[in-house]
Structure formats: structure tokens, C-alpha cells
Design a binder for this molecule. Structure first.
Ligand code: DX5
Ligand code: ZN
Length: 222
């Protein structure tokens, strides 16, 4: 289990995707890609064609967060486009998460599950305890939809419970992460950190990425 700092491209300038390269040069481990369908969330953003374009320019891990009502329909196109991680919402996958995991893996992607702030952590336990489990759990620390919202500290109870249950699972947090909230997330046990507005708005993104990495590494040594 390593530290992964994942700038969220939702906060980038969409007319300038070379900002992805800039973030990698600043020390980012992953690029977080928010895929939306205008239905699961009232917003429309990136889709497979953008992943495909980015993939032509980078070998970086593309950490795709699918805010869509029918994730199964996206497995094939996202796999073809070159996504690395495919993280689907548990709220819309109650009936078919087993099939989703199998299909995601068959397309060479890493399966992850994500839950909204109102969803209890216990809902993802079957997906972790399964014989064919997800490889990451993303705990939303804001309501999924837009960047720049305020971190919900109560979500740290979910991260703590999950870390207690699974010592080596990748646990990601997404929403409102930055200099004032990173220590809360790191000490609760998160090792993958998504950050959009804080990193893209920082005077020195490289310094912020390294500060967040330090916070996670220090907490995981304890
Ligand atoms: C919100 C997205 C996030 C968003 C985070 O729906 O899932 O990935 O980009 O942005 P910040 O870090 O600004 O809260
Ligand atoms: Zn996201």
C-alpha cells in the first residue's frame, strides 16, 4: 500500500489538457478523472474520448471515478480508451457489482467502489469480503458533482472503520482535500488522496503535492 496523490482534472482548464503533464511533473502519482453522465449527478464532464486522447500522451495511471447511473455500459469504452482504475458507485451497483468487477478486470482495469456521504460504510463490505474483491474503496468527502466544496469531517469515521477492517486496502478520499484537511484524512487511514481546486489553485502545486505525500507517509509509519 503506497501513497498516491491524484490531482483531479475536473479543476483543470479543459481547453488545455497539457495541465495533466504539468501535474505529473509536479509529482502527482495518478490523475483523477471524473466521468459524469448528467443523470447520476447534475453535471456533464469527461468521457471515454478524453481518456483516449490523454492516453496518447501519457502512461500515467488514470484513476477514473464513474459518476454514472449505468456503470456497466462504460466498462468496455473506458477499457478501450485506456483507463487504469474504474471506480463505480455502490448506490447504483447493488444488483450487479460482481459482474462489474469481473468485467472491469477482464478489460485490464483495477476495480474500485465509491460511496456518497449519505451511504453507510457497511454497504461496501460485501465487495471487499468477496472472493473477487474490489481493490480500492473511495470514500466521498463531499457530495459528488463539483469541485471546490467543503470537506465533510464526519466521513473520517468511515475511513477509520475501513482501515481497521483492512490494513492494506487502498482507501481513497475525494472532495475538499488540501493543506487544512490532509492531516485528518491521513490520520484516519486514507492513502490515496484526490485534490482538485487546492492543487490547481496552489501557487506551487509541487509543494502542496509533496506536503500531502509527507502527511500520508508519516501517518502510515505510526
Ligand atoms: C466531485 C469530484 C471530485 C472533485 C474534487 O464530484 O468527484 O473529484 O474534482 O474537487 P475538490 O478537491 O476541489 O473538492
Ligand atoms: Zn472524483
Amino acid at each position: 500500500m503506497g501513497v498516491k496523490i491524484a490531482p483531479s482534472m475536473l479543476s483543470s482548464d479543459f481547453s488545455n489538457l497539457s495541465e495533466a503533464k504539468f501535474m505529473l511533473d509536479c509529482g502527482a502519482d495518478w490523475l483523477h478523472m471524473d466521468i459524469m453522465d448528467g443523470h447520476f449527478v447534475p453535471n456533464l464532464t469527461i468521457g471515454a474520448p478524453v481518456i483516449e486522447s490523454l492516453r496518447k500522451h501519457t502512461k500515467a495511471y488514470l484513476d477514473c471515478h464513474l459518476m454514472v447511473t449505468n456503470p456497466i455500459d462504460y466498462v468496455e469504452p473506458m477499457g478501450k480508451a485506456g483507463a487504469s482504475g474504474f471506480t463505480f458507485h455502490v448506490e447504483v451497483s447493488k444488483e450487479n457489482w460482481q459482474e462489474l468487477i469481473v468485467r472491469i478486470k477482464s478489460k485490464g482495469m483495477r476495480p474500485g467502489v465509491v460511496l456518497k456521504p449519505g451511504t453507510p460504510i457497511e454497504e461496501v463490505y460485501p465487495l471487499i469480503d468477496s472472493e473477487n474483491p474490489v481493490e480500492m474503496v473511495l470514500v466521498m468527502t463531499v457530495e459528488p458533482v463539483f469541485g471546490g466544496q467543503k470537506f465533510i469531517p464526519e466521513m473520517m469515521d468511515k475511513v477509520r472503520a475501513l482501515r481497521k477492517k483492512c490494513r492494506s486496502l487502498d482507501i481513497e478520499v475525494d472532495g475538499g482535500l488540501g493543506p487544512s484537511t490532509i492531516d485528518m484524512a491521513a490520520s484516519a487511514g486514507a492513502n490515496c488522496i484526490v485534490a482538485g481546486s487546492s492543487v490547481f489553485g496552489a501557487p506551487e502545486p509541487a509543494a502542496l503535492i509533496s506536503l500531502m505525500r509527507k502527511s500520508v507517509s508519516e501517518n502510515h509509519q505510526n
